[in-house]
Design a protein around this ligand. Sequence first.
Ligand SMILES: Cc1ncc(COP(=O)(O)O)c(C=O)c1O
Length: 389
Amino acid sequence: MKLSQRAISISPSATLSISDKAKELKAQGQPVLSFSAGEPDFGSPQAACQAAIEAIERGETHYTPNSGIGELKKAVAGYYKKRFGLEYSAGEILVTSGLKTMLYETVQMLAGPGDEVLVFTPAWVSYVEQIKLADGRAVPVDTSGNGFSPSLTEIDKSITGRTRGMIINTPCNPTGAVYSAKTLRMLADVAVKYDLWIIFDEVYERLTYGGARHVNILQAAPEIRDRVIIANGVSKTYSMTGWRIGYALGPSEAIKKIDGLQSHLTSNASSIAQWAAAAAINEAEDEVERNRAAFERRRDLICGLLSEIKPLKFASPDGAFYIFIDIRGTGLPDDMEFCRRLLEEKYVALVPGAAFSAPGYVRMSYACSESDLKDGAASIKEFVEAQGQ
Ligand SMILES: Cc1ncc(COP(=O)(O)O)c(C=O)c1O
């Protein structure tokens, strides 16, 4: 079969392929510990499950408005008003089948052939591929020399006459960095200076630890509202990855266009899942805080355990649920080899940094039990120490 150039150029999600390989080994009976997937291990909120059951019983099993049910948009608008003091009307909100779909649709609507989009690396796997799918060019802006936070010096090197926008992700997957209000102000100034749009992905906004505080870019720079599309969803905050509900907030003109694209792609997100998401947003605050506190304990635990493995270097993450580890001191040739051998020899799955445009690092998710973290860290220690012998 003759495949399109698009099919040839796309790389499948490395995080999903590692977790698939880990599942395969597990199915063969191997004692695999997987720290590769990006999903909380807690159950979805009781209120969400109950709302889904009630939606089915009421017969809410048909198409909904393409852009989402009014009840969910109202919940999202209320949440943004309460949490960030931001006002969005129903026409400025679009509900999507997971945040990944929302980002895909938005990139399709904002980036065209040859358009350059700044991506702060290390970056989540799908940004670069989604920009490629729009025939745009993802321009990596390295943050590793600045504590994984964007610096103006690096940005200045990357701007050209073709730069159209930037994707910001805070708290960041894979680094766990939480951008300060000052950094966000600087990014807003860059956007104004070069007339850029911003996709602001804050899907981990409820997961910050210690003294770190998440800031929405419009709190730091309210005047850029017209150039920002906020991306969020229920996957990480409410442990609802399988329900596939994401949403966008932005100027109505842009939201209308993205809505139009969605009308030819997925149509509305699942009717039942939308009711569940509305209930989670309105009623599951206690669970959000309980889960966040559990992540913080796990973060402290895994940082303590990994700090005993001398060749590994990492900074304690301020947010999300990943730890991004520099493995260049281990003597292994690269991160791909590190992950392949660790999985085959110790049955421990991590994701190579190359998947996040950051070779030389690996990502470990701590969205798992404390006993798995202890066992996993012990296996990693044995593996790394064996390389030095
Ligand atoms: C930074 C980031 N954005 C977006 C997504 C997609 O979220 P969803 O599960 O809602 O598609 C993820 C999921 O891993 C993510 O890490």
